[in-house]
Design a protein around this ligand. Sequence first.
Ligand code: ZN
Ligand code: ZN
Length: 148
Amino acid sequence: MELKPAQDLAETLLKTHGLSHWQVRFDHARARCGSCNFDRQEITLSKHFVALNDAQELRLTVLHEIAHALVGPANGHNQRWQKVAFDIGATGQTTNTSAQMPKHRWGIQCQCCTAIVGRRHRRSLKLHWMRCGVCGTASAKLRWIALN
Ligand SMILES: [Zn+2]
Ligand SMILES: [Zn+2]
């Protein structure tokens, strides 16, 4: 969906649950749908997530974050959080498994057997602990390749 209706929906939900002083912001996260920033009293939503999903998925994600906002940072995804999440209509799941998320941009390829041994949203240099599961080659022969 578009950003503007997404923002409106998120703000309406915040207001409904007594959090009208909280802000809604968008970020570029690729691996998660939303997050809750207690210090800044804001909920951030991934632009990629918003673009790829409908209002129902957005609603579930915003309610998940609202449950965090209501129980506070010390509770994480514990039982107290889960109860509040259920009560306000979220799924109570740690991650939104029904949401569409962007495909991984980077693959880690074994130069010996050409197998793709991993996929990541972001390229990092930390390959030393990895090993090709197909031919057993160690990290020195693994390299990043761009996926499309
Ligand atoms: Zn969460
Ligand atoms: Zn290999």
